[in-house]
Design a protein around this ligand. Structure first.
Ligand code: KIV
Ligand code: ZN
Length: 518
């Protein structure tokens, strides 16, 4: 790959985690951070340490365990936040503090209740404070795209003078269109004193579906860092999707000027990273999602298939292999031994401990017994499901469902709850409804079920089904997943998984979006 470098700043673990329902446990964050390092991102934003003890600890452990990328931590423009970020980053070989304060009239007046002069001083003081911990300092004027440009120019020049090295220009509310965003970056590049010494960065939200387009317009006009998340996870409609930004830069070298642009991303790791984040957060990828959706490389129409067979480039601008799809499809079965299974996991890129292999292998045997052929996608789903395991306060020991045409669907369940067995029976509108009602009765809990979906992981009637549910309790959402060849069992497991996640989060403060106002 040739051309100037565009740095990839991944904020899946910070802005991505601010998606309602996407809260991750610390081991899950470490797993994702490890994969982000393999993917080759330049900077990992590991968290917002002041926002909760769990965020602090996650950031600290990422610094301790993940080698390669620079690790960044977020801090508002005040000494307490910055000290917390600095302490959490202490063990990182390459560390960055990312500090921010809003500069738009709306935010300054209504949220901060501060005059522009006060905001300017806080920004400069924040940079000086960051210098006690690192020289790699990123500054974000929050809601930059709705800020008055002369004020933005003044603030940016002042923070550069104080020592900021990366200037991030957030479209916090996903308001601007690509042409406008490009113009803002171009204007800042030409008018901010000292900006040539700094890296200009994009940070675009997707409220109008423009996050990736705006980021690329930023690159075209001089930005050399893009902030993004895997699968576009993030607040509200999300952030710019890493995989789309990277593949657009790679595929459209010609658009970015003489010599083109490149990133340090190993694109062959894109698909695996996307799957891992989807599995661990419970956010299912829509089939028509660019780059990583199940249909992104599927050709249906006869004319297209005919064209592809004659010449691939007639209908394909990228190959599936570039993002790590395709290649050999090895099929496993009930006769595959531990060693063969472990080897396949290794080839699929999983680094598992002996215990993790054993647990996943036990699940594999159960599935291989029910299903003739176990595909790579099945192996990935069951390994990732193992990784999602949290403390099981509620365990589904037994489930029986009776349903059919002209019968009232009924379900009986046996659940182990803190060592005690509970039995419950219920009827419902369908088998899943009946099973959920029986589970609710056994648990004596009624979290609101907001969303339920089921998909087949691979083809065929004996395919593994993967159920995803979203439940809500006291304004917090939790996502659960369940995998089985029996879709009712998968559905029941997903519901119980979501409830266990809810229970695990109770008494913790893993949701920065409700704890700390940005
Ligand atoms: O969207 C935003 O403005 C942010 C800042 C904290 C950079 O996420
Ligand atoms: Zn953001």
């Amino acid at each position: 790959m040739s051309g100037e470098k565009v740095l990839i700043f991944d904020t899946t673990l910070r802005d991505g985690e601010q998606s309602p329902g996407a809260a991750m446990s610390i081991p899950q964050k470490l797993e994702i951070a490890r994969q982000l390092a393999v993917l080759g991102v330049d900077i990992i934003e590991a968290g917002f340490p002041i926002s909760s003890p769990a965020q602090f600890e996650a950031t600290r452990l990422v610094c301790e365990q993940i080698k390669g990328p620079t690790i960044a931590a977020l801090a508002r423009a005040n000494a307490l936040d910055i000290e917390s970020a600095g302490k959490a980053l202490a063990a990182a070989k390459k560390k960055r503090i990312h500090t921010f304060i809003a500069t738009s009239p709306i935010h300054m007046k209504h949220k901060l209740k501060k005059e522009p002069a006060q905001v300017l001083k806080m920004a400069v003081d924040a940079i000086k404070c960051c210098k006690n911990f690192t020289d790699d300092i990123e500054f974000s004027p929050e809601d930059a795209c709705r800020s008055e440009i002369p004020f933005l120019i003044e603030v940016l020049a002042a923070v550069i003078e104080a020592g900021a090295t990366t200037l991030n220009i957030p479209d916090t509310v996903g308001y601007v269109l690509p042409y406008e965003y490009g113009q803002i970056i171009a204007r800042l590049k030409s008018d901010v004193k000292g900006i040539d010494k700094c890296v200009i960065s994009t940070h675009c939200h997707n409220d109008l579906g423009m996050a990736v387009a705006n980021s690329l317009a930023g690159v075209r006009n001089g930005a050399r860092q893009v902030e993004c998340t895997v699968n576009g996870l993030g607040e509200r409609a999300g952030n710019a999707a890493m995989e789309e930004v990277v593949m657009a830069i790679r595929t459209r070298q010609d658009f970015f000027g003489a010599g083109g642009m490149s990133t340090n991303i190993n694109t062959k790791e894109i698909y695996r990273t996307s799957q891992l984040v989807s599995q661990l957060t419970g956010f299912v990828i829509q089939p028509n999602k660019a780059i990583v959706g199940a249909n992104a490389f599927a050709h249906e129409s006869g004319i297209h298939v005919d064209g592809i067979l004659k010449e691939r480039t007639t209908y394909e601008i990228m190959t599936p292999e570039t993002i790590g799809l395709g290649g050999s499809r090895m099929v496993l079965g009930r006769h595959t031994g531990r060693a063969g299974f472990a080897d396949r996991c290794k080839q699929l890129g999983y680094k598992l401990t002996k215990e993790e292999i054993e647990q996943a292998y036990q699940r594999f045997i159960e599935i291989a017994d029910k299903k003739k052929e176990v595909f790579d996608e099945d192996v990935a789903a069951l390994v990732n499901a193992e990784k999602r395991v949290i403390e099981q306060v509620y365990v589904l020991e037994y489930l029986h469902v009776a349903s059919g045409t002209g019968t009232l669907p009924t379900a009986s369940v046996k659940m182990r709850i803190k060592g005690e067995m509970k039995i419950a029976v219920a009827y419902g509108d369908g088998p899943v409804d009946a099973a959920y009602e029986a589970i609710r009765r056994a648990m004596d809990l009624r979290p609101k079920l907001e969303e339920y979906s089921i998909r087949a992981i691979t083809g065929g009637t004996e395919a593994m089904g993967e159920a995803t549910v979203r439940i809500r309790e006291n304004d917090r959402t939790f996502i659960g997943r369940g995998v089985s060849t029996d879709i009712i069992e998968a559905s029941a497991k997903a519901y119980v998984d979501a409830v266990n996640r809810m229970v695990a989060a109770q008494g913790t403060d893993e949701h920065p979006q409700v704890k700390v106002q940005l």
